[in-house]
Design a protein around this ligand. Sequence first.
Ligand code: C2E
Ligand code: SIN
Ligand code: SIN
Ligand code: FE
Length: 409
Amino acid sequence: MLKRIPVQQLRLGMHVHEFCGSWMDHPFWRGAFLLDDPKDLQTILATGLKEVWIDTSKGLDVEGGKTKEAVAVEIDAALAQVHTPSKPTPYTNIAQEAARAVKICARSKQAVTSMFHEARMGKALNADDALPIVEEISTSVMRNPGALISLARLKNKDEYTYMHSVAVCALMVSLARTMGFNDEQTRHAGLAGLLHDVGKMMIPVEILDKPGKLTEAEFDTMKSHPVEGHRMLLEGSGIGEHALDVCLHHHEKVNGSGYPDGLAGGEISLYARMGAVCDVYDAITSNRPYKNGWEPAESIRKMAEWSKGHFDQRIFEAFVRSVGIYPVGSLVRLASGMLGVVIEQTEQSLLTPIIMVFFSIQSNARVQPELLDLSKPSCKDKIVSHEDPAKWDIKDTQALWSGMAVTPW
Ligand code: C2E
Ligand code: SIN
Ligand code: SIN
Ligand code: FE
């Protein structure tokens, strides 16, 4: 059984399953292991990590601790307090918007790729080149945020940086709307998202696209990308202060352990704190050269666990309101014994989205896909858990919500 315990309760003979907290803060990349070396125990205690998951079926147990279910219930209870934003007007349904968002993703990726390549060659970045991309992404997000955001998650890992820029732009626009920003502020947020990682163009490709863990020296090089990007934007024309600031400070953490400046809490600007949340969500839900993505619903839960040191709590809550507890495309299991894919959020609650029901667990077979609005008072069904599509060997969740099959960008 997996159990989450305070680090102080760790003893030799326990099987360490996973560390809780930023994975860059701890010295192990080897994943699960049997703790049998006193030096390892010392190292773990020295990291300042507070909690750790142990596997009691593979090593010693200890009194107390929290089970995975208990932690999940705690997180879900906290998340359920958050309310959903009202629908934008005009509003388009997800399949309509997905058809447009596919084209916008393709155009945006192309435009970002050439802009970033030119910047690498020394051409000055110009807000006039970037703003039309932001504008197009924004109009889609305003009509229906789930479509473009969910499509932009599907990435070709070798060209991750470009689509990541498009995705973070869309997430920033959506978050800005949820936080009540006006049009101009929303445009600043979107532009900042689009340009936040431009400094990665200055990182040698062997490091940027390295298929495994970076050495300490390589990670030091990687950590220069905010400063490099900031320099590139300063040399550009018409790039405003928010984009400059998010580029420089999107890797700061509220507990002061981020880089490049180790800023804490309110020393980090509002836009940069927003950028940090959007950046990490898109990173961990995407396939990258060094790591495969997690499911969106799982990612929200992981971020809720890490969020205390890394993110601004209020902003993280607003972010959850903007993408959902079960983001569009999540596979969910219903109390009725059916599986479905989340199609869109509803205004009533983040726990009652609209679902495309398509699989019966009892008969272990597909059924004719049917829409189910869990927020309707007449609907007696509810979500009992999010599910990993791989576990059910379901490969077409994306086609089920968007109405079409899309190849990764
Ligand atoms: P970060 O940890 O500061 O990493 C910044 C960038 O360095 C990453 O951007 C990625 O381009 C590169 N990088 C970091 N570690 C490795 C590695 O082991 N191999 C390679 N080839 N590159 C690496 P990316 O991927 O867009 O991630 C953005 C941020 O999202 C990360 O900033 C981190 O805060 C968060 N993040 C990403 N993946 C994970 C994860 O698996 N666990 C946790 N806790 N956070 C993650
Ligand atoms: C952690 O945050 O330490 C666990 C997730 C990971 O392996 O990156
Ligand atoms: C804009 O006015 O939207 C561009 C300047 C910026 O905020 O970065
Ligand atoms: Fe970055």
